[in-house]
Design a protein around this ligand. Structure first.
Ligand code: SF4
Ligand code: SF4
Length: 182
């Protein structure tokens, strides 16, 4: 068997010190949280951080305030980033959030493009990743839409001064039904 050496131009993450995992706060949706929680066997509060809502019409209304949910940070990066020597790696590759899977790509006017402000040290060869990233991005968009609807429903019907833990239970119960359907 011949092993194929993956070059930087084919997959820029090979030579990058995971700038994206250090610089961004990773906001997460119901599907992201469910996959991480079930996959790691951990309750969400183990890896979630709460932030004041960026968009007041879409923040989660709970006793603690109007909130958004993101991954915790540790040592100046994502809590799931691990450093061994000079090598950084994501320790939750199988369950990592949709936004991590599709970065640094976006759909613009129906076309797959790379973000203008991306942190990657070199350009990606978009044509090599078209099929894979288009699937990731479509899935991510639909999961965020689902999450936004869930938050709207919670805020309109269920919240009445309940704590964040009640929202998380409501959200995970609901999203678990989506996984049962699959
Ligand atoms: S910044 Fe770009 S090249 Fe670096 S790890 Fe993130 S996606 Fe990969
Ligand atoms: S979940 Fe993994 S890929 Fe996403 S920011 Fe954290 S370490 Fe990076």
């Amino acid at each position: 068997m011949t092993l194929k050496i993956i070059s930087d131009s084919e997959f820029p993450c090979v030579s990058c010190h995971t700038n994206c995992c250090k610089e961004y706060v990773i906001f997460v949706n119901a599907h992201d949280i469910y996959r991480l929680s079930v996959g790691l066997g951990l309750p969400p509060d183990n890896f979630l951080e709460i932030y004041g809502a960026k968009d007041y019409s879409l923040g989660i209304k709970v006793k603690e305030g109007l909130l958004d949910l993101a991954l915790k940070q540790k040592n100046g990066g994502c809590t799931f980033l691990e450093e061994t020597g000079d090598i950084f790696r994501c320790t939750v590759n199988d369950f990592k959030p949709g936004v991590c899977k599709s970065y640094p790509f976006q759909m613009k006017d129906g076309k797959l493009t790379q973000m203008d402000e991306k942190m990657c040290p070199v350009d990606w060869d978009t044509s090599n990743f078209e099929a894979m990233m288009t699937i990731h991005l479509k899935k991510d968009v639909s999961e965020w839409k689902y999450y936004d609807e869930l938050v709207k429903e919670w805020n309109a019907k269920h919240w009445i001064k309940k704590p964040l833990s009640a929202f998380l239970k409501f959200m995970l119960d609901r999203v678990s039904l989506e996984f049962v359907k699959v």
